[in-house]
Design a protein around this ligand. Structure first.
Ligand SMILES: [Zn+2]
Length: 362
């Protein structure tokens, strides 16, 4: 099953929605029905969820467009029931850039909240007493819809500024610390603070709201993941692609048949292959494509290979490959030297390199 539904693209960034998002919609419909809601109340709440998610997309676009100013591309924005995620090609390493890219997201929600504040008479609502406010807000009008959206945007700002990974606040904290110390130390401190906050969430969650337990888990894993990524990047610093490439590889011609590739899969440890013609890389043949067409082994490789791929240079930084692997579906890249194929690099051998390096520094 495909995990994400494609919604199209904005500024060349794909917008995807995770399938679990539809559980959220179902959950809203069911809980409205349980409360004795009618069609109007269900539509109002479902529309509100969609409007909130538009605000979340705009928030993520805030990050992506600021990153673009620093020449960092964003491949996609994914919407999950718990929020959005912009897959930046890489995280800016300069603390100042990271700070600006991170602040750009919540800033979008501040702007939306400000616009809504002036568009609807928020102050009028504030002057009423509790019962009057409650009465006005319980009807399904456009003004109420916008008022809830205003509250949600403020909540998004507050939630995102919690100083814990993977929330923006965690990155802001790290960037602020990194101005005064090195990035690894800054990440360690920010992760520790994040995990401490996760424990607070867990305790409050156990007492009052199970949803907080869920957030605690995400924050805990986020802190761990961020710490590990920065650690890996540091181990790869100063090393080139050449040091971690596999040079003893099998290649095929687009006119070869699939039977050759099947034989190579069975008789070697190679699963993915580079396809070359006249010394130039024409495409990549992935294991899943071989399996998919294995029934017709006379199929020409040229007909089933992937022709859109990224190649890396043997003198490139290994950090670059690490970041590519974390942002891609396929983690197998041809390695070129003076535009000629000299080998390949994939996630497995890059991980081996990282493990080996970590043994050296221990
Ligand atoms: Zn954000």
């Amino acid at each position: 099953m495909k995990a994400n539904l494609n919604l199209g693209s904005v500024f060349g960034i794909e917008i995807k929605i995770h399938w679990t998002f539809f559980f959220l919609i179902l959950w809203i419909v069911f809980s409205e029905l349980k409360r004795g809601g009618n069609t109007a109340s269900i539509l109002f709440n479902v529309a509100l969820v969609f409007a909130v998610f538009v605000c979340v997309i705009l928030h993520e676009l805030g990050h992506a467009l600021m990153a673009k100013r620093f020449k960092i591309d964003t491949k996609k924005i994914t919407l999950l029931p718990i929020g959005g995620m912009a897959s930046l090609e890489r995280i800016p390493e300069s603390p100042k850039q990271e700070l600006l890219v991170t602040l750009a997201g919540p800033l979008v929600n501040v702007i939306i909240a400000l616009l809504l504040y002036f568009a609807i008479p928020v102050q009028e609502l504030m002057h009423l007493n509790f019962t009057e406010t409650f009465e006005i807000l319980s009807s399904f009008t456009l003004q109420n819809f916008l008022f809830y959206l205003y509250i949600v945007n403020i909540a998004l700002v507050v939630f995102n500024l919690i100083p814990a990974f993977p929330m923006d606040g965690g990155r802001i904290l790290r960037a602020l610390l990194a101005i005064r110390m090195n990035r690894i130390k800054a990440t360690q401190i920010a992760s520790t603070i994040g995990q401490f906050i996760a424990i607070l969430f867990l305790l409050v969650g156990l007492l009052y709201n199970p949803f907080l337990i869920f957030i605690a888990l995400i924050v805990f894993l986020g802190a761990y993941g961020e710490n590990q990524m920065v650690h890996h990047l540091e181990l790869l610093k100063g090393h080139t692609v050449k040091e971690s490439s596999i040079t003893n590889i099998t290649t095929f011609n687009p006119k070869d048949t699939l039977s050759k590739a099947i034989k190579a899969v069975i008789t070697s440890t190679e699963n993915n292959f580079v396809i070359i013609e006249n010394n130039a890389v024409k495409g990549l043949l992935f294991y899943q494509d071989i399996m998919e067409h294995a029934k017709n082994e006379n199929t020409l490789i040229g007909d089933v290979m992937t022709t859109t791929f990224k190649a890396v240079d043997s003198n490139d930084d290994l950090k670059k490959v690490y970041q590519l692997i974390h942002g891609q579906k396929n983690s197998f890249f041809p390695v070129l030297e003076n535009d000629k194929l000299i080998g390949v690099i994939d996630a497995v051998n890059l991980n081996e390199f990282i493990v080996f390096q970590s043994k050296l520094v221990q």
